[in-house]
Design a protein around this ligand. Structure first.
Ligand SMILES: [Fe+2]
Ligand SMILES: [Fe+2]
Length: 305
């Protein structure tokens, strides 16, 4: 029996939400805003693909896992929609950027076979546990100083990604039953992701004034972003404030980042088992507080510290 739970949380994004929601780390703010937009489009694709896979799942345990998985993802997409809608209210041009990103995933749903989409989902979801564990292990510097509503949305999403870390692979294995296929299509998956990230960064640069984003969004694209993150080096000293902005993960030790990068790469090997991944201690704390009925939608402001 699956242990996944559906938690219906109400995040309050009715008031203004700053684009640079963690002003001490504008690169991280922008990075997570991109995550918020991708969450809407990617998880829409996940829900469609898993629904399509449902009739093919003969094993009742796999079917139950798939059902809970898609319901968790639907909750995430709905919550991120509220966050992104608040950003669009202030920066209306971002609507076009969101539409472009949704179209890039809708096109995938319309034009690629189910096995490819399940491989895409399994590949990407496999990277989440190591990557989000690194972030949750550093929540006091990455999330705590930021806007509590955005921080609470993100930490909830990330702990649930860790919670359902095996689900995408369960569905993939049950339908595709070829552990090598998802590794074979990885270059195509990465190319699509890079295309979406490029259009998001261009859209943010075009529609959010420099004073509010405080960085050039292109610096956080996957490749330049990863190199800058590992190097920990800000831009040239003589440059503008935007050119000098620190990388999003500058406050995290180099060894931790290299270990995370290694685990992200290993997550793409055909025999990777997410169930054996090391997990963030923060996730246990989050689940305990939720179980006590505390206000997890205002994670930091409702906590004694
Ligand atoms: Fe999700
Ligand atoms: Fe997920």
């Amino acid at each position: 029996m699956s242990n996944l739970r559906i938690r219906k949380l109400r995040f309050d994004f009715d008031d203004e939400v700053p684009f640079n929601w963690n002003p001490g780390n504008p690169a991280f703010s922008t990075y997570m805003n991109i995550v918020s937009i991708i969450a809407i489009c990617f998880e829409k694709m996940v829900v469609a693909a898993v629904k399509e896979a449902m009739p093919l799942l003969a094993d009742p345990e796999a079917a139950e896992e798939a059902d809970l998985f898609l319901r968790q993802e639907a909750q995430h997409a709905a919550a991120h929609r509220k966050h992104v809608r608040a950003l669009i209210r202030h920066h209306p041009g971002l609507q076009h950027t969101l539409d472009e990103a949704i179209a890039a995933y809708d096109e995938l749903t319309a034009s690629t076979p189910l096995r490819y989409r399940l491989a895409y989902i399994a590949d990407l979801e496999a990277t989440f546990t190591p990557f989000f564990t690194m972030m949750l292990d550093h929540e006091t510097s990455l999330f705590r100083p930021g806007d509590d509503r955005v921080a609470s949305l993100l930490v909830w999403h990330f702990v649930e990604e860790v919670e359902h870390r095996s689900s995408a692979l369960v569905v993939y294995d049950a339908v595709v039953a070829d552990p090598f296929y998802r590794t074979r299509v990885l270059p195509r998956v990465v190319a699509h992701l890079f295309r979406v990230t490029r259009l998001l960064c261009a859209g943010i640069n075009a529609h959010v004034p420099p004073a509010e984003r405080a960085i050039d969004a292109h610096t956080i694209r996957p490749l330049p972003g990863m190199i800058a993150a590992i190097r920990n080096r800000p831009g040239p000293a003589g440059g503008t404030a935007i050119e000098r902005a620190r990388p999003a993960f500058a406050g995290i030790g180099r060894r931790t980042k290299l270990r995370t990068a290694r685990r992200v790469l290993l997550s793409q090997n055909p025999f990777h088992d997410p169930a054996r991944e090391p997990l963030p201690e923060f996730a246990d704390r989050w689940f305990e507080r939720f179980a006590r009925g505390e206000d997890v939608c205002h994670w930091y402001s409702s906590s004694p510290g």
